[in-house]
Structures are given as structure tokens and as C-alpha cells.
Design a protein around this ligand. Structure first.
Ligand code: NAD
Length: 312
């Protein structure tokens, strides 16, 4: 990473997180935002966060907070922010036109070899990069919030993306301590959200059909499935849950799995009476005002911090 420069475009929640992740790996980070003063504010916020992490003994990488901060600069001018970069991580609003415009502008200021990477959660690479001339160097690097503790990054190629670009991005993400996974082709929702939405949908149906409460379905995850999913996935779960491994698991349980799966209800519409009931039940547990939500978010991040160090 010695002296190599990464430009982060968009300095909101995710832009700041990416900056911290790259700084922890010793990269120079040039952060840009099109809202004047926003990148400078991001820099101050990153400083505060790095100092707090250092104090808590949770700072990532081998460098001190001061050393990491020395690698960070903020810019209100795009060409200046792109100067010398080998990798660009875009983190602007989740709007297709905004991202297309950003990549069109970025491409006009950087050389052919620079990797153009987007943080988009929901947009497909073939749409995000449709205005880019050289799509071979484009890729989506989708983080999970908060990336400092939840290390997964989904790498999703454009149909034109060179394998070398996928490999270089994979190497970069590993080097800075993230946990990259490769999708072999683009698909709506990528992998994480497809799995997440399947869980949300069935949880919703169980509550809506009066089978279980909001509180208890969340416990099914946090005290049940989630306990193992922090360390092993669904495939290894099957492999370990039968004496002779996955094949044995299928012999024992596939019929039952199919019977249950075939009885699943339709896709919920997430509105109407069910939505207001579920919202009401949730808000009785955690009121949706700023203060209560902040407390719970802080608790989540604290616990994730602990889990992240346990996983080390
Ligand atoms: P945010 O609203 O916190 O930040 C967006 C920032 O981009 C703002 O500072 C804004 O001023 C800036 N911006 C907007 N248009 C710009 C432009 N043309 N040029 C430069 N800067 C511009 O949003 P966020 O939560 O950080 O999300 C950013 C991206 O990351 C989105 O694509 C989102 O889908 C993705 N993402 C978010 C999460 C999450 O949990 N928040 C998780 C994974 C991925």
C-alpha cells in the first residue's frame, strides 16, 4: 500500500467508513464530496472516530490514529481528489442518474488503468456503469453497514469486467482486512440482500399470520440461527448437522425442507394493516424516536465490535 492513493467520492456514512478501512491498510485516501464543506466535515468525523477507536483498543491496522489521519485529505474539487489515484470508490446517493454522472465525470479525469468501484446496494453494474467508455475496469464493491466491524464486501462484475480487475479488487479488500466474496455475474439484490429478503419475508409472514410475535421472531435469529451464522454459513451448517455430512443431511432432511418450503406464503406487500400492526409492535419494544434508535444503534455497534474481535 506504500503511498498508493484511493479516492473516495461521496463523504456520507459509507464514504467515511471506506476511508477508515483504507487508511487502516496504510493507503492514502483523498475524499471528495460535491457539497461544499462536506468532505472537510467528514475528515473531522473520521479523526474523532479513529481517536475513539484507538482509545477503545479497537483501531484496525498497524498505524496509530495520528499516522492514519496523516494519510487522509479532503477535497471540494473532483480532479484534485482524483490526482494520482489507482482506485476510486464511489459512495454517493443511491440514485442511478447521480452515479452514472459521477462515473462519467470521474472517467474523464483518470487514466485507463484506474479501477472504478461503486458501493451501490441495489443497482446493477450494467446500469451504474452504462455511461462509462471502458467498462472493463468497473466493479461493484458492496459493503455492509458498519464496514469497520462487518467485513463482508460483495464484488459484483459488470459483464465486461476483466478478471484481473476482479482479482485486484479482491486483493485490495483482503489486504485492508475486509472479507470479499465474488459474484460470478450480476443479479438483482446480489447475494446478501437476496438471502436477507428471504429471511425478512418469512419472518413477516409468520408474524402476520399470528404464529409468533415480533419480539420472538427476532429472538429466533439473535438467539438461534444468528449464533451459528456469525461463524458458519447455511452450507456448512448442513454439512455439520448430519453424522456423515451434507449428503447425509440431504437424505435425512431434504423431503422435510421441501414440504415446508412449498408451504411458504406469497411475497408480502409490506403495507396495509399488517405493516401498521408490525410497526406498532416493534415501536412498543423500541420507540422510533431519534433517541431510542441511537441508543440501540450504539448498542449494536458495541456488540458488533466485540463479535469482530472474537472472530479474530
Ligand atoms: P449518505 O447520504 O450518507 O452519503 C452520500 C454522500 O454523497 C453525501 O455526503 C452527499 O453530499 C454525497 N454526494 C451526493 N451526490 C454526489 C456527487 N454527485 N458527487 C459527490 N458527492 C455526492 O449515503 P450513504 O449511506 O453513505 O450511502 C452511499 C452509498 O453506499 C449508496 O449507494 C448506498 O446504497 C451504499 N450503501 C449504503 C449502506 C448503508 O447502510 N448506509 C450500506 C451499503 C452500501
Amino acid at each position: 500500500s506504500k503511498g498508493k492513493i484511493i479516492t473516495v467520492v461521496g463523504s456520507g456514512l459509507i464514504g467515511r467508513s471506506w476511508a477508515m478501512v483504507f487508511l487502516s491498510g496504510g493507503y492514502r485516501v483523498q475524499i471528495y464530496d460535491n457539497q461544499a464543506g462536506q468532505a472537510a466535515r467528514a475528515l473531522l468525523d473520521v479523526r474523532k472516530q479513529l481517536e475513539e477507536l484507538q482509545e477503545a483498543g479497537m483501531l484496525r491496522g498497524d498505524l496509530s490514529a495520528t499516522q492514519q489521519l496523516a494519510l487522509l485529505s479532503s477535497h471540494d474539487d473532483l480532479p484534485q481528489a482524483l490526482e494520482g489515484a489507482f482506485f476510486v470508490q464511489e459512495c454517493v446517493f443511491e440514485q442511478l442518474e447521480a452515479k452514472q454522472e459521477v462515473f462519467r465525470a470521474v472517467e474523464s479525469h483518470v487514466g485507463e488503468g484506474v479501477v472504478l468501484s461503486s458501493s451501490t446496494s441495489c443497482l446493477l453494474p450494467s446500469n451504474v456503469f452504462s455511461q462509462v467508455q471502458n467498462q472493463k475496469r468497473c466493479i461493484i464493491s458492496h459493503p455492509v453497514n458498519p464496514p469497520y466491524y462487518v467485513k463482508l464486501v460483495e464484488l459484483v462484475p459488470h459483464p465486461e469486467t476483466l478478471p484481473a480487475v476482479m482479482d485486484a479488487t479482491y486483493t485490495l479488500m483482503s489486504e485492508v482486512g475486509q472479507a470479499p466474496v465474488r459474484l460470478r455475474k450480476e443479479i438483482d439484490g446480489f447475494a446478501l440482500n437476496r438471502v436477507q429478503y428471504a429471511i425478512i419475508a418469512e419472518s413477516w409472514r409468520l408474524v402476520k399470520d399470528g404464529v409468533i410475535s415480533v419480539k420472538d421472531i427476532d429472538l429466533v435469529m439473535s438467539e438461534g440461527l444468528g449464533m451459528r451464522y456469525a461463524f458458519i454459513g447455511p452450507m456448512e451448517t448442513m454439512h455439520l448437522n448430519a453424522p456423515e455430512g451434507l449428503q447425509d443431511y440431504l437424505q435425512r432432511y431434504s423431503q422435510g425442507m421441501r414440504r415446508v418450503l412449498e408451504a411458504f406464503g406469497p411475497v408480502p406487500d409490506f403495507s396495509g394493516e399488517a405493516a401498521s400492526q408490525i410497526n406498532k409492535e416493534m415501536c412498543q419494544l423500541i420507540p422510533s424516536d431519534h433517541e431510542h434508535l441511537s441508543v440501540r444503534r450504539e448498542r449494536r455497534d458495541q456488540l458488533l465490535m466485540g463479535l469482530a474481535s472474537l472472530k479474530k
